[in-house]
Design a protein around this ligand. Structure first.
Ligand code: HEM
Length: 507
């Protein structure tokens, strides 16, 4: 027997030992991941089975939704997209993952992707179902039909301000930069609806450090999430944070805290109702502890973000798609102008009967999904679409794929509001009779689906109603770009500059 005297090893021999141990470790990990890991029964690329490199590289390039779509087209109804991660796209899978609940508490829990170390996960980012339910119990009444009705004057106020700004600037030869104006509109409206915070982006016609910081965290937030998959990414993350954003982050958080505190002081004495009324009663005591205050700050910030980002990108998509589809624009404009005698008559209730308007909104949310990041959930050990997914495997529905799949939608990549029209509508098209409209889930499913769906629809209907009543749109530039080529998905969508002229409506 040969006995090695390791005390006499040279540096080169140590390097060989280290390399051999590392290679054996990597080889055995790969063999385990490829053949013995509970997710190994799912098809997918070999590289995705053994590392998160493929997953992360597509996220970093802003192509994650398209990556999932390609994989699901290539490998079938369930695909392994990472060592411990599987993606699905069928309505049954959606029901099994997101619909599974006991007493209103989800069974497939959220992952810790949105845990950025803030100490309190608030409401939307909370992955403990008990804590999330407690937060939801307080805040959900803020999004009830009655509460929304009380907040309508605030929605009208901001949409009217947008229309008046477009009257002032919309006929400039270079047009107005929609990517900015719609961001300002949605931010101003969401902040005021959430906690009576007035940003005045639209009034002043310019952005703010706060908004720039928030947008700046879209890519960095993705890197922080990816570092949970490949910890080394943490090392490069600081190099991607623009200096200005880095400098402004603490100030923006401090400003948010100050706004929340001042809103709490003003309770019972605010300019109009807001979501905060449901977090802290108008006649209630101040939050006692720092912990309570931090929680309220988190919930308020999350409600504001949930209320502004999908709305701004949806408004952008409306204008982008109207300019790309002139016939659709003409039909929708006619429906709106034929329905009202004056601008003042345009209310959420009056807009409810406009079928083409509803079809246009549904089709926009189908082809242009506002929620970019997917909704990964941890399996409790359950059947998903007929296949057992072991406990601990992260699974998600690629809503993006489902909504653009030819199995559910005819001409899936084309924009046809007609597919959403009822049979008795004059523009109903038999061609789309076999579409499975239930395969579109822009607001999610189950206990954690979007509770803001109703207020979002109110905002969407009113925005389009007031806009197309008032103006004829003329694209200057940006509308010639393509969604599948020119958009990127991070925590928020990155979209091309869109310049539009707003000409006074011709009859
Ligand atoms: C077109 C507009 C909108 C779309 C497409 C949309 C979509 C979604 C989706 C898909 C989710 C589920 C995310 C997940 O499962 O992880 C969600 C959650 C949520 N949305 Fe929306 N949303 C929109 C507007 C709004 C608005 C205006 C609000 C109002 C504040 C809002 C409040 C929320 C809240 C509070 C949640 C978290 C629910 C929970 O975690 O229990 N959303 N939204």
């Amino acid at each position: 027997m040969v006995i090695l005297d390791i005390s006499s090893f040279t540096w080169t021999q140590w390097a060989w030992v280290f390399a051999t141990v590392l290679a054996s470790y990597l080889a055995s990990s790969c063999i385990y991941l490829l053949y013995f890991h509970p997710a190994s029964k799912f098809p997918g690329p070999k590289l995705a089975a053994v590392s998160y490199v493929t997953y992360c590289s597509h996220w970093i390039r802003g192509r994650y939704p398209w990556f999932l779509e390609e994989m699901l087209h290539e490998y079938g109804d369930a695909v392994r997209i990472g060592p411990n991660e599987v993606a699905f796209f069928t309505p049954q899978a959606a029901e099994d993952i997101y619909g599974a609940a006991i007493k209103g508490q989800e069974l497939f829990l959220k992952t810790d992707l949105m845990n950025f170390g803030t100490g309190d996960l608030g409401y939307i980012w909370e992955n403990d179902p008990v804590k999330r339910k407690a937060a939801a119990k307080k805040i959900l009444p803020a999004l009830s039909t009655k509460a929304i009705r009380n907040m309508e004057p605030t929605i009208h106020f901001y949409l009217d301000l947008f229309i008046s700004k477009m009257k002032d600037h919309g006929t400039n030869p270079e047009g107005c930069l929609m990517s900015d104006w719609l961001l300002w509109l949605a931010t101003d409206m969401a902040a005021d609806l959430t906690y009576n915070r007035e940003f005045h982006h639209m009034r002043d016609g310019k952005g703010s450090d706060f908004l720039e910081t928030l947008r700046g965290t879209s890519f960095v937030g993705i890197l922080m999430q990816l570092s949970k998959k490949i910890p080394m990414i943490k090392l490069i993350t600081p190099f991607f944070i623009p200096l200005k954003v880095l400098r402004n982050v603490p100030a923006s958080f401090r400003a948010n805290s100050a706004e929340v505190k001042s809103r709490i002081e003003k309770r019972g004495n605010t300019a109009h109702p807001d979501f905060m009324d449901f977090m802290i009663a108008p006649d209630g005591p101040s939050p006692m502890t720092k912990k309570e205050l931090t929680h309220i700050e988190q919930v308020a910030l999350q409600m504001f973000i949930a209320g502004f980002d999908p709305v701004q990108i949806t408004f952008y998509a409306f204008i982008f798609l109207l300019l790309k589809n002139p016939q659709v624009c003409t039909t929708l404009t006619k429906e709106i102008r034929d329905s009202f005698k004056s601008y003042e008559e345009i209310t959420p209730q009056a807009l409810l009967s406009l079928k083409y308007l509803a079809a246009f909104i549904s089709e926009t949310l189908r082809v242009y999904l506002p929620a970019s990041t997917g909704s990964p959930r941890v399996s409790p050990g359950a059947i998903v679409d007929g296949v057992y997914v072991a406990k601990g495997i992260v699974c998600q529905l690629s809503t993006f794929t489902a909504q653009r799949h030819e199995r559910w939608f005819r001409d899936p990549l084309e924009f046809h509001p007609e597919r959403w029209l009822p049979q008795e509508h004059p523009l109903y098209d038999e061609k789309y009779a076999d579409d499975n409209l239930k395969a579109a889930f822009p607001f999610g499913l189950g206990p954690r689906q979007c509770p803001g769906k109703e207020i979002a629809w109110v905002q969407c209907r009113l925005f389009l109603g007031k806009l197309l009543w008032s103006f004829d749109l003329e694209g200057v530039s940006g509308h010639e770009k393509y969604f599948d080529k020119d958009f990127k998905a991070y925590l928020m969508w990155e979209r091309p500059e869109l310049w539009v002229r707003f000409l006074p409506a011709r009859d």
